[in-house]
Ligand binder design. Structure first.
Ligand code: AMP
Ligand code: ZN
Length: 138
């Protein structure tokens, strides 16, 4: 399962060079070329899925578990204080490469805010209505 026009298919399968931090039969984890912070890593499945909506459950479980392992290794190896796990789906969400990937971004003490939003407001009625719209499609 791969897409011949996809750069992350080529990287994950070793046809385009990258700086790898990890590889197994399912994934390659590489350093991001435009790191948000030193050590910013991407987990790429070797198979092509455009985003999270296409990926099988077992692979998702392995990917999330690997994200935790890499984050723990960053804390030990790079001395970061924490890490963010970010995963964009769709261009409206900031996805620019349409091959599923997970960002693991180290966070250093006193470093810049990277993943943040301004909390909005809601009402119990609006929350119920919104939850029902999502639940109806699951
Ligand atoms: P996203 O916006 O979630 O689709 O993230 C795509 C990420 O891929 C960005 O952070 C880019 O810096 C990164 N990127 C794009 N091309 C490469 C590449 N050839 N090697 C490493 N990272 C890349
Ligand atoms: Zn691909």
């Amino acid at each position: 399962m791969r897409d011949d026009n996809c750069i992350f298919c080529k990287i994950a399968n070793g046809e385009i060079p990258s700086t790898a931090v990890y590889e197994d039969e399912n994934f390659k984890a590489i350093l991001d070329l435009g790191p948000a912070q030193k050590g910013h890593t991407l987990i790429l499945p070797k198979d092509h899925y455009k985003d999270l909506t296409e990926a099988p459950e077992e692979l998702c479980g392995k990917a999330f578990s690997l994200a935790g392992r890499i984050g723990a290794a960053m804390k030990k190896g790079l001395g970061c204080a924490g890490f963010n796990v970010v995963q964009n789906n769709g261009s409206a969400a900031g996805q620019t490469v349409f091959h599923l990937h997970i960002h693991i971004i180290p966070r250093y003490a006193d470093g810049p805010q990277i993943v943040a939003w301004n909390p909005g407001t809601t009402t119990p009625e609006e929350s119920s209505e919104t939850a029902a719209k999502i639940a109806a499609e699951l």
